[in-house]
Design a protein around this ligand. Structure first.
Ligand code: PGA
Length: 266
């Protein structure tokens, strides 16, 4: 279960919040070091850049470092250089990130991110040993035109260019989030059925072709878009969906904890 805070929470707010959240998750036995047969849930928190250090400190303070993961929301494709305002994969890794969100639809739509830019960011993340959480998903217009599959395959193919050697790293080295753009922040979620169909028949299919069945089997595939404590069960009912990328509902301890609890599988 990945929390995408977007542009919310200052470093001090993030510290207080994470201390409470991680304390609650640990107290309820929802997160713990991976041991055979345990039913804990992998949790990743992706705060804004300035709050990464504070969140890392709070996770450590709660004794859950290495258990609860930390992720960036974006990165630059170069390792360093004259790129005012940008952040490199090595910087994220050094502050304690194991993950980074790549190609979120808000970045594609509002900041002009292209498939080529996404591909370069994927490679930069991997060079630094970060596991990308690659976001793919169709817009409402594309969906109405019946182009859901075409759009997702185009995004996946571009992003996976050069990654045929297969995943390696935390979380299998690659996480894919299916986020239909029309469902993000709108309160209108895809149905579990629809999401599971796209995940199984489009995303997992293609991952299998490109990475081989064994490596593809390691990839976590998440659903994202207006996930809430009320609808998470609908998605987790499908074994092809491993978890969720959660925006709005990750900003409150109660709602995110409820979502993590629903991520428990027998
Ligand atoms: P939302 O955002 O849960 O607020 O819809 C999800 C996302 O953008 O990752």
């Amino acid at each position: 279960m990945a929390a995408n805070w977007k542009m919310h929470k200052t470093p001090s707010e993030a510290h207080t919040f994470t201390t409470r959240l991680v304390g609650d998750l640990a107290a309820r036995g929802l997160v713990s070091p991976a041991t055979a047969g345990d039913r804990s849930v992998e949790v990743v928190i992706c705060p804004p850049f300035p709050a990464l250090g504070a969140v890392a400190e709070a996770i450590r303070g709660a004794g859950q470092w290495g258990v609860v993961g930390l992720g960036g929301q974006n990165l630059h494709w170069e390792d360093h250089g004259a790129f005012t305002g940008e952040v490199s994969a090595a910087m994220l890794a050094d502050i304690g990130c194991h993950y980074v969100i790549v190609g979120h639809s808000e970045r594609r739509r509002l900041f002009g991110e292209t498939d080529d830019g996404v591909a370069r960011k994927m490679r930069a993340a991997r060079r630094a040993g970060l596991t990308p959480i690659l976001c793919v998903g169709e817009t409402l217009e594309a969906r109405r035109r019946g182009e859901t599959e075409t759009v997702i395959l185009r995004q996946l193919d571009a992003a996976l260019e050069g990654m045929e050697e297969g995943p390696a790293g935390p979380g299998g080295g690659l996480v894919v989030a299916y986020e239909p753009v029309w469902a993000i922040g709108t309160g209108e979620n895809a149905s579990g059925d629809e999401a599971a169909r796209v995940v199984a028949q489009v995303i997992r299919e293609r991952l299998g072709k490109r990475l081989g069945p064994a490596a593809a089997g390691e990839v976590r595939v998440l659903y994202g878009g207006s996930v809430s404590p009320d609808n998470i069960g609908e998605f987790m009912a499908y074994p092809t969906i491993d978890g969720a990328l959660v925006g709005g509902a990750s900003l409150k301890v109660e709602s995110f904890t409820a979502i993590v609890a629903a991520g428990r599988r027998a």
